[in-house]
Ligand binder design. Structure first.
Ligand SMILES: [Zn+2]
Length: 167
């Protein structure tokens, strides 16, 4: 809940979110509206780091299934029958050398090596531009020189397997 609210409130950092703790009115309103204590963003970060990401993915899938079951997106179906989904890769973050064993690498013409992570995400989109992501996969280090298209295609296969309707 607090993680989501950090984005809803457009706080750029945990520190900015924590600064709201110093505003009694904000804390009171948060607790009144959501019925929970206003947390420390550092505690939220600690919990999120300990949580297995596969459970977050399952939670996200479950929530989207509820929205579909309640027909929230039904009026946006194509030909009144099909949901429009798109899948694309995007840059997630640039990291320092040695970050992890899954880092992707790219060598520039000048020979400088860059380490980074990309994700491939499936999104259900509406004609008004709303989008929601039922599944995402990391583009992984293939152990050979990085080929964006190949990494994204392999990640797409994993997404398709995850979203085949059985999960
Ligand atoms: Zn890494």
């Amino acid at each position: 809940m607090a993680s989501i609210m950090m984005f809803v409130f457009k706080k750029g950092s945990r520190n900015a979110f924590n600064n709201e703790r110093e505003t009694d009115e904000f804390v009171k309103n948060y607790e009144r509206i959501f019925g929970v204590r206003f947390p420390s963003a550092d505690t939220v970060d600690e919990v999120m780091r300990k949580m297995n990401e596969k459970y977050l993915e399952k939670l996200k899938t479950s929530l989207i299934k509820i929205l579909i079951k309640k027909k929230v997106f039904h009026k946006n179906r194509i030909l009144g029958k099909y949901f429009l989904t798109v899948t694309d890769g995007s840059h997630a973050m640039t990291v320092n050398e040695g970050h992890c064993e899954h880092c992707l690498t790219r060598k520039s013409d000048s020979g400088k090596m860059t380490y980074f992570h990309n994700v491939v995400e499936a999104k259900l989109v509406t004609e008004k531009g709303f989008s929601i992501s039922p599944a995402a996969e990391r583009a992984e280090n293939p152990g050979v020189p990085y080929d964006k298209q190949d990494c994204e295609l392999k990640a797409f296969v994993r997404i398709a397997e995850k979203t085949d309707g059985s999960s």
